[in-house]
Design a protein around this ligand. Structure first.
Ligand code: DOR
Length: 449
């Protein structure tokens, strides 16, 4: 029997409202015990005193570019990067080349070798063209956990209506990329002083807000489950808040860059801050933080969007939108939400693990006895600055390179197996349970960037 004992850590499990110092025993890939003082023979004992033990993060919005652009990311490289960031499950978006719109492609993603759990999201429409619906029942049976044309909106309201009806019949959410192309046109920066000063073509907030409104109306009419991807505007937060009060079955996510960076960033013309939807104004950022705090926003997801250096080393408006994020999801949230006191650490873990697991209907995001041992051990306090070399993603298009962040994953277990381990944690003696309490103050893992 394979056993790992995490000794002396602070267990934060929002699924059971737990925040206390508890040992966690993992046995054959499952949580076997979580108690004050666990002893176990033949276990690998890892001293996690001074560290936080939490459910492995679930990132429900990643682009792994496989099939089609394996030079930018593969399922394996993306998964390795995810484990490095404390992420134990991802849901992959179908805007690959070809797109994930047939049973065999869904099976390809779902069955792929990976150190973490990879759940495919299938396309809403064939080729993501916004015209004819995919065979949703067949794709759901093959393992699709949701449907999305992410990267592009479903412009035709009737197609969206039918998609919601069919997805609801097969018990999966529709994940909406809300962007009205008539309003967004070929804009690349948020409409406002930043776009004016930089001379970059503007995208008004209304491009997002009007389609969020449409999709909420359709969700209400069909009774289907709607999840809104990458919410970036105050207007969208407000609409989702009111729809929830109205009983509509709607959830939404935001991404780290929408609560940490403003549209002022585009004035640097750094193509790593070109993202879709674009970075928004200070007041939008404030509204996103409020939406996270009051439960309007259910999930923080990375929208990990790898792009090659060649594609990004061009003029701002010629660069493809997107930034990598699966490795910095946690440190950006700790730096910009927990450190300034907008959210507690527990609430942040809920948004990063429990919320997305619930929406995807996967049995993750919890460390109750018997649950799959998908665990992250994190150092929540230490300030550090990521370098380009620190990233394990094949692509390096992160605007957080060179910016001080806070905390990060030091150990990632997936079904009880080590998927990532910080080198100094690995040096912890492996000699069975000493029964002694770890010394919190002595715990200093050097967090090399
Ligand atoms: O910035 C973005 N990049 N937004 C999207 O919706 C798609 C994504 C990508 O696939 O690169």
């Amino acid at each position: 029997m394979k056993r790992v004992l995490l000794k002396g850590g602070r267990l934060i499990d929002p699924s059971t409202d737990t925040d206390e110092r508890l040992d966690v025993l993992v046995e054959d890939g499952r949580i076997a015990a979580r108690e004050h003082s666990v002893t176990a023979e033949d276990a690998r004992v890892i001293d996690v005193s001074g560290l936080v033990v939490a459910p492995g993060l679930v990132d429900m919005h990643v682009h792994f570019r496989d099939p089609g652009r394996e030079d930018e990311e593969t399922i394996l490289s993306g998964s390795t990067a995810a484990a490095h960031g404390g992420v134990t499950s991802v849901a992959t978006m179908p805007n690959t080349d070809p797109s994930i719109d047939t049973r065999s492609w869904v099976e390809y993603i779902a069955g792929h070798e990976s150190p973490i759990n990879v759940f495919p999201i299938a396309a809403i429409t064939m080729g993501r063209k916004g015209e004819s619906l995919t065979e949703m029942a067949e794709l759901a049976r093959a393992g699709a956990v949701g449907f999305s044309d992410d990267g592009s909106p479903v412009v035709d309201a009737n197609v969206m209506r039918r998609a919601l009806e069919y997805a609801s019949m097969v018990g999966r959410p529709v994940i909406a990329h809300c962007e009205d192309p008539a309003l967004a046109r070929d804009g690349v920066a948020n409409e406002g002083p930043a776009s004016t000063m930089s001379g970059l073509r503007p995208v008004p907030a209304a491009a997002e807000v009007t389609m969020v409104a449409r999709d909420i109306v359709l969700a209400k009419a069909t009774g289907a489950r709607l999840h809104i991807a990458h919410v970036s505007t105050a207007g969208a937060v407000d609409l989702v808040r009111r729809a929830k009060e109205d009983g509509v079955d709607v959830t939404c996510e935001t991404c780290p860059h929408y609560f940490s960076l403003t549209d002022n960033e585009v004035r640097t013309y750094d193509t790593n801050v070109r993202v879709n939807p674009p970075l928004r104004s200070e007041s939008d950022v404030r509204a996103i933080r409020e939406g996270l705090a009051d439960g309007t926003i259910d999930v923080i997801a990375s929208d990990h969007a790898p792009h090659s250096l060649e594609e990004k080393q061009v003029e701002f408006d010629a660069a493809p939108p997107g930034m990598i994020g699966v490795e910095t999801l946690l440190p950006v949230a700790l730096k910009y939400l927990v450190e300034p006191g907008h959210l507690s650490l527990g609430k942040t873990i809920e948004l990063l693990a429990c919320g997305p697991a619930g929406i995807l209907g996967i049995e993750r995001g919890t460390l109750t006895a018997g649950a799959a041992a998908d665990v992250v051990v994190l150092d929540p306090e230490r300030s550090w600055t990521p370098s380009r070399e620190w990233f394990r993603s094949k692509s390096k298009n992160s605007p957080f390179i060179g910016r001080e962040l806070r905390g990060r994953a030091v150990l990632t277990l997936v079904r009880g197996e080590v998927a990532f381990e910080h080198e100094d944690l690995a040096a912890t003696p492996d000699e069975g349970d000493s029964g002694e309490e770890g010394d919190r103050s002595a715990r200093q893992l050097p967090l090399h960037a």
